[in-house]
Ligand binder design. Sequence first.
Ligand code: ADP
Ligand code: MG
Length: 353
Amino acid sequence: MRGKKLSIKPLNVEEIEREEVQTVLNEYFQDPLLEEIERNTRGFLNVCWKVKLKKGNFFLRRYRVGIKKDRIVFEHSLIQHLNKKNFTKIPKLLQTLNNKTFVERFVGQRKLFYALFEYAEGEDRYVWDRPNCSDVELKNAAKTLAEYHAFIYEFKPKYKEGPLIDKLILQYRRKIMKLKPRRRSMFETLLFNHKDKILKEINLVYELLKKSSYNALPRIVIHGDFHLGNMKFINDEVTALFDFDWARIETRAYDVAMALLYNCSKWEERRNPIDLHKLTLFLDAYEEKLKNLKMSWWRLSGKECTLIPILIRAANLYLIDWACDDFYNKKVNDKEYYRYLKHNLNIIEWFNE
Ligand SMILES: Nc1ncnc2c1ncn2[C@@H]1O[C@H](COP(=O)(O)OP(=O)(O)O)[C@@H](O)[C@H]1O
Ligand SMILES: [Mg+2]
């Protein structure tokens, strides 16, 4: 048949994303006038955009594929609890026109979840594996953790409790024992050369936690991923805290230990992989903030303090498990994951010296 050729120009990536964002925004506002979208490239798991509308800036998150709805409901109940407590560093969730905090969409067979947040101003100054902040910034991060713990301790989630870290490390042991080298890589060479060392560390940490009746320590919904890359700064102040992907019921002491491991690490320093000066600064600022919030009773107990070193070791094992999971299930950069594992091994060695 002759006639005019239909010209159907395929949409480019930006146009497809714009359509996706527009569709989701229509669930939140009557006729939202989308001015600009900007893809955020800092996230590891979720796809995020800064969204500019006439009425202001927002932050749209498309959750990682495969996330369960229960998980989002849990994370949102946590955020809403903190918003109600006026913890202003946690960006608020917006409600859809149907009074929901998230949008579900089917794209083909896949179910996708989205949530819109207020846009948190501030500077993304650090990433988790380069915590080279100033002492003042570190103290402010510690105070932010204290605030989080102060505002969260009453929160009772409707969410099933998983195993605590003392039991989780046994799962890591089973996983590591089953691993087989798959390809020639720096990561795997390092891992298999030090497999016994890691297994020994797991056994030791397990025994130490067992002896100390670990599960009698106070539990809360921990942040679980409290590093400087999950915060924004203006001057030296923390202005925003996000990323509740690893939030779960755990002991408060473990959250503090994980934060110490992240934020007081000296990467590339084989002999001294933890900065003890920073560690003291962090703990002092954390305790001081709780005192200032008139919550002295919620400062770390003697028992929690004694367990912090063992919990830093446990947190280090958590990160080894995370790196192995990523390495074996995702396409990741060998050199980068080698660097992570090297640091974890330095920490094991340091504790055993
Ligand atoms: N409400 C928000 N406003 C502005 N920026 C945000 C907001 N939430 C997250 N971000 C930015 O997005 C990045 C990724 O978000 P995050 O929750 O850490 O995702 P991921 O789990 O993928 O790491 C953060 O480092 C931060 O720069
Ligand atoms: Mg993050």
